[in-house]
Design a protein around this ligand. Structure first.
Ligand SMILES: Cc1cc2nc3c(=O)[nH]c(=O)nc-3n(C[C@H](O)[C@H](O)[C@H](O)COP(=O)(O)O)c2cc1C
Length: 202
């Protein structure tokens, strides 16, 4: 396959999106979108997140050391878009109605309209050249009660319907195309009856 080059830029990658919930100094909630997010594991599950420039969300996290990460799905996308394109340093984000609760493990606002939420406690902050990289311990995962039966080995994206960001556009995900470790059925034309293979990453 012949490749062409693209110059790396400010936005560069397709990824799921999260609404980050933080607590303001006056104990009101604040939400914004962050897409520079990844996940990691070191004894416990961690979230890695980069926030650039000056933002209320960053100020709140540096003060409180905690935040919620609320998965953006097709049904809360436009609320998320509002949070991500309105700066709390300029105005209170109260043009659109939404509901929230405080976290079960941490004092972070959890968006009622999100089906999949991480409650995160910051364990390390790395100051970069204008941006801050936050490493955070995931203390709890809240999922919509209607998703009961779903577990961490089968997160059904057809039910969660996450929105995928490919700068500057939003997409939905398609059908499940297979399971981890099923390469031999797909690459070797192996006609054996398929068994369910569970592969654990170490
Ligand atoms: C789709 C989308 C993705 C974004 N991703 C990031 C990101 O990864 N990092 C970041 O610092 N800002 C990101 N932003 C910008 C913030 O969400 C935006 O500056 C927001 O207004 C900050 O809210 P705040 O003032 O409440 O902190 C994104 C915005 C949008 C619309």
């Amino acid at each position: 396959m012949e490749k062409i080059d693209m110059k790396p830029d400010f936005v560069f990658s397709p990824q799921p999106m999260y609404i980050i919930g933080t607590r303001n100094e006056d104990e009101t909630p604040n939400f914004c979108i962050i897409t520079w997010i990844g996940f990691s594991f070191d004894k416990t599950p961690h979230l890695m997140m980069t926030i650039g420039g000056s933002k209320q969300t960053k100020t709140n996290i540096l003060r409180e050391n905690m935040f919620s990460a609320n998965l953006i799905s097709e049904d809360n996308l436009w609320l998320a878009d509002y949070f991500g394109t309105t700066r709390a340093e300029d105005k209170i984000k109260n043009d659109i109605a939404y509901n929230f609760n405080w976290g079960k493990y941490l004092n972070v606002p959890v968006l009622e309209q999100s089906k999949w939420v991480y409650e995160c406690e910051v364990s390390r902050v790395i100051e970069l050249d204008g941006a801050h990289l936050f490493l955070a311990d995931i203390k709890n995962i809240q999922i919509d009660k209607n998703l009961i039966g779903m577990d961490l080995e089968m997160i059904d994206l057809n039910k969660l319907k996450p929105a995928i960001y490919a700068p500057y556009n939003y997409f939905s995900v398609g059908e499940r195309i297979g399971g981890c470790g099923e390469w031999k059925y797909n690459l070797l034309n192996n006609n054996e009856e398929q068994e369910t293979i569970k592969v654990r990453a170490n």
